[in-house]
Ligand binder design. Sequence first.
Ligand SMILES: Nc1ncnc2c1ncn2[C@@H]1O[C@H](COP(=O)(O)OP(=O)(O)OP(=O)(O)O)[C@@H](O)[C@H]1O
Ligand SMILES: [Mg+2]
Length: 251
Amino acid sequence: MGAEIILETRDLTKEFAGFVAVNGVNLQVERGTIHALIGPNGAGKTTCFNLLTKFLNPTRGKIFYKGQDITAMQPADVARLGVVRSFQISAVFPHLTVLENVRVGLQRKRGGSFDFWRSRAVLDQFNARAMSLIEDVGLTGFANIPAVELPYGRKRALEIATTLALDPDMLLLDEPTAGMGHEDIDRIAELIKTVSADRTVLMVEHNLSVVSNLSHKITVLTRGRVLAEGDYETVSNNPQVREAYMGTGHA
Ligand SMILES: Nc1ncnc2c1ncn2[C@@H]1O[C@H](COP(=O)(O)OP(=O)(O)OP(=O)(O)O)[C@@H](O)[C@H]1O
Ligand SMILES: [Mg+2]
């Protein structure tokens, strides 16, 4: 199977007042894979995500999605193309129920006119699809409780569901398991695996066991630069990577 590059950066660079946070990064993400971006704190991972979603404009370099140069696009246009970052557009409304939150996501995908708010009947058309997404993320039993009452790990699952409601081709996840206990981590990891079946996932993740279990390819960033790249075996045996991880507390 020929590897199709769905997302590519060339010489991607971001300077903040002379400080180079992302420095000449060339990234190639293959369609249908789970690609992890790892590295010590301050390596530039989140800045990379902000550049890819156009939250930030690069100082230099280019971004291509499905061969199209998206460097000059607005965040909403990139999202419309199918590159969606969890927790970016898919804010969770705390006082809406799980079901209502996912329904709002579905409406948005459809182009969400506010008229939809007025018609109970129209809203209900989204119920079946919403319930199926809720089932996908393991929240069926929570469908009718307000988001604010969800335990933390379940809230992240809901955020993933509202992101999936936008039907992205490519999902960007920044530390999806951050702050979670073992059970939640396992559940979210399983969920990422499931949703990646017909999508591409680029994720920043500090938990190396999650990274090793899920990732097809790993890019290691340090100080804004790509230090190493490859599968987990390759990357974890790289002496420079080992050194970069020593003393960071993530190893
Ligand atoms: N808006 C900004 N202005 C100035 N400096 C910034 C800005 N955003 C990020 N930086 C700096 O750029 C560097 C990279 O930050 P970034 O958040 O991308 O790191 P990260 O790899 O995501 O780290 P972490 O693992 O802690 O989330 C850091 O030194 C940070 O202080
Ligand atoms: Mg970060």
